[in-house]
Design a protein around this ligand. Structure first.
Ligand code: BG6
Ligand code: MG
Length: 211
């Protein structure tokens, strides 16, 4: 295999927790039930898609305008949480994995549904490591659609079969498999039945063994 496409939130950086906290704040303000199980369904899903899942528990319905305003409010809370991100917020094993791949001459990319991807990569100081970055601004359909990963392979100029996807989201594992790629499921996706490989996280594994 020639390339690894990393999901961002929950794989390289713990921003998945900030997404949860920001949505929890919205849910509390709107008196909507929300818990960590529901939150797991939001992983890899676009901002508006996530909002729709949260609103399944709402007793009132919201107009398109109101939904837009809610999503904007959530993003405001989220941005204020990620404002102080530093390279220390990278998840254990993330930087080591990136360095191992680069040293072995492999290509690496980001495949994320987040429109805040560039901001996060800049704060972490790792933007320059990546040969391609595909984020929520460049795709029409978010995971589980394979678009983000297929675009990644295209930008890297490799075949999907030559790529390994690393994902913490069920939607992301499905997207990777639909793209025809091998998938390493970590975190909350580590027991996903479609994943080819699984690990608790990037910590303590040698990523080169999977490619
Ligand atoms: C994904 C997260 O990476 O990005 C989702 O796993 C999130 O939880 C999605 O909803 C969209 O993020 P953003 O930053 O564009 O609101
Ligand atoms: Mg993720």
């Amino acid at each position: 295999m020639k390339a690894v496409i990393f999901d961002l939130d929950g794989v390289l950086v713990s921003t998945d927790e900030y997404h949860f906290e920001a949505w929890k704040q919205i849910a509390n303000e709107e008196h909507i039930y929300f818990d960590r199980n529901i939150n797991d369904r939001l992983r890899g899903v676009s901002r508006m898609g996530s909002l729709e899942i949260i609103l399944e528990r709402s007793r009132i319905s919201y107009s398109a305008e109101e939904k837009k305003a809610l999503a904007k409010r959530k993003n405001g809370y989220y941005i204020s949480k990620i404002k102080n991100l530093t390279p220390n917020d990278m998840l254990p094993g993330a930087l080591i994995s990136i360095n191992r791949l680069k040293n072995a001459g492999k290509l690496i990319a980001i495949g994320s549904s987040s429109k805040n991807t560039l901001l996060i990569l800049e704060k972490l100081g790792i933007k320059e490591y990546f040969d391609a970055i595909i984020d929520g601004n460049q795709i029409k359909k978010s995971k589980p659609d394979p678009e983000v990963f297929l675009l990644g392979a295209q930008k890297l100029n490799v075949e999907p079969q030559q790529c390994l996807v690393v994902e913490d989201a069920a939607s992301g594992v499905e997207a990777g498999k639909s793209a025809g790629m091998k998938v390493l499921g970590v975190g909350s996706a580590k027991n996903h039945p479609l994943a080819d490989y699984s690990a608790d996280s990037l910590a303590g594994i040698d990523i080169l063994r999977y490619i």
